[in-house]
Design a protein. Structure first.
Length: 157
């Protein structure tokens, strides 16, 4: 029962930025600002973003769960927890800056910081549980793509 609770808490924590971001993310044709932007030809349809983020948050949640259930001591895992929370806050902040405030340039800077923190987090996860680190890799790859899309919008608008 303890492991199930830990798993559920890890998943809930990992989905918090997505839940926060829903308040700012455009849905279909509902966001005139986003629809009017010059976007890359590589920009996927909105449904792809929703599916990708659902998968990524689930992978992050499972990675966090692996860290939580690791036999390592609390002091060894503290940095992993701090970095996880930091990247979750930056993730949520990006949604607010980009979609809420339309500050695409500042959102790009936050995304770069998010990428750096996430690499650091992956390295710390690797020292605790290699599988946890491997689960972060798709997130890092998606962030590189998101960086390209954000940079394109910033430069072309």
């Amino acid at each position: 029962m303890k492991r199930l609770i830990q798993f559920c808490v890890a998943m809930l924590i990992s989905f918090l930025p997505g839940i926060f971001g829903v308040f700012f993310t455009p849905h279909g044709d509902s966001d005139i600002w986003y629809m009017a932007l010059n976007k890359s030809n590589l920009t996927p349809p909105g449904v792809v973003f929703g599916a990708a983020w659902t998968i990524l948050y689930a992978l992050l949640g499972f990675a966090l769960y692996l860290v939580i259930k690791s036999a390592r001591g609390k002091s060894e895992k503290m940095m992993a927890y701090v970095l996880f929370v930091a990247q979750m806050l930056l993730n949520a902040g990006w949604s607010y800056l980009f979609f809420g405030l339309h500050m695409t340039g500042l959102a790009l800077v936050v995304l770069l910081g998010l990428f750096i923190i996430s690499i650091w987090m992956a390295r710390v996860f690797n020292g605790i549980d290699r599988k946890a680190m491997l689960l972060v890799i798709p997130y890092l790859l998606w962030m590189m793509f998101a960086f390209y899309l954000n940079a394109y919008i910033t430069l072309m608008n």
